[in-house]
Design a protein around this ligand. Structure first.
Ligand code: SF4
Length: 348
């Protein structure tokens, strides 16, 4: 490292301010990006960014994708250190699948309201009411909840996972009530019990709003990317008929980017967290992509700021650890899901 580089790094670090909303004070500019890449090399790390991250974070990462795709990349990467720019349960999932690796998250306060809507104690109490039930949990759960789970699921394979369970067994589905309602409608299963959890980001994507958007944008398609809880209400409402079925596309990340490149529509409404728009606009610059709900921004995802990432790489913090027994039990529930079907719907 040259003296100039050292001065530049010290200057950036001295600007970082820690506040209740996370670390701030550093712009995601070219100087910062160069410093991030230098530090990533120095640590021998792989830098992963979820689709809902800030554009500057996505642009500086080695890989961008949804949480399970990134966890699988983390497990296969030759590097021993994974820097996971996403929320805490995602970094935990990477650690569960790569127990021997060091997993860092730029700010461990980046939680998830959906994952927080059920604790392991609450799930144990629920299981005690239905001792013979099979527990299916959405991947947006903590490692401790996954450890109490029989089979994990994503929004793409939730129907297949539930359909794989014998019809006479009760199923406890948590924590996302919209995904649960969608699965119950599709499978027609009466013995599916649904936990009343939800993601705060979807608030505002309601049936009236979707129907309004369909009327005011008569030629637009609707893309629903249901990987995170922010769009599961749209998934449910689209199935209810709030938006004409022939214009609705429910897609995984890769499928959405392919559809963006191939669409004949000039305008596409996107029902998901607004961070996804960055990848779509890059994939198809001529298409007018609009958020169904501009306010659908996850404050936890946005805690992974340029300042937080820089601090993480300099200090090697925050490290994500999962108890060995919890990780082993949680890994089983994820592996059972992988055995049943493609977690990303085959299109990641
Ligand atoms: S968008 Fe919702 S489900 Fe996704 S991380 Fe944020 S709070 Fe959790």
């Amino acid at each position: 490292m040259t003296v100039t580089e050292q001065l530049s790094a010290d200057h950036l670090m001295s600007q970082i301010v820690d506040g209740p909303g996370g670390f701030s004070g550093v712009d995601g500019d070219a100087q910062w990006a160069a410093e991030v890449r230098r530090l990533v090399e120095l640590r021998g790390a792989t830098l992963l960014a979820h689709n809902y991250q800030l554009p500057a974070i996505q642009d500086v990462a080695d890989h961008v994708g949804d949480s399970l795709a990134l966890s699988r990349i983390a497990a296969e990467a030759p590097e021993d250190t994974i820097v996971f720019c996403g929320v805490h349960f995602m970094a935990e999932t990477a650690k569960i699948l790569s127990p021997a690796k060091t997993v860092l998250i730029p700010d461990q306060r980046a939680g998830c309201s959906l994952a927080d809507s059920i604790t392991a104690d609450e799930l144990r109490a629920w299981k005690a009411e239905y001792p013979d039930a099979v527990v299916v949990s959405y991947v947006n759960t903590t490692a401790a909840v996954k450890a109490e789970t029989d089979i994990c699921c994503t929004s793409s394979n939730a129907v297949d996972v539930v359909a794989s369970i014998p019809a006479d067994r009760d199923v406890l589905f948590c924590p996302d009530q919209f995904l649960g309602a969608h699965v119950r409608r599709v499978t027609g299963r009466k013995n599916l019990h649904i936990w009343a959890g939800e993601c705060h980001v979807h608030a505002g994507i309601n049936g009236d709003e979707l129907a309004d958007q369909a009327r005011t944008h008569p030629d637009a398609e609707l893309f629903v990317h249901p990987e995170c809880g922010c769009a599961t209400s749209a998934l449910y409402l689209a199935g209810e008929g709030s938006f004409p079925q022939d214009r609705v596309k429910i897609l995984s990340t890769g499928g959405m980017l392919d559809a963006a490149r191939e669409t004949g529509a000039r305008q596409v409404l996107v029902a998901t967290e607004v961070g996804m728009l960055h990848q779509l606009r890059r994939a198809a610059p001529d298409v007018d992509f609009r958020a169904v709900n501009e306010r659908a921004s996850c404050k936890y995802m946005k805690m992974i700021t340029p300042a937080a990432l820089l601090r993480c790489l300099v200090e090697g913090a925050d490290e994500v650890d999962v108890d060995v027994d919890v990780a082993a039990a949680a890994r089983l529930s994820v592996q059972r899901m992988i055995e049943i079907g493609q977690p990303g719907g085959g299109g990641e």
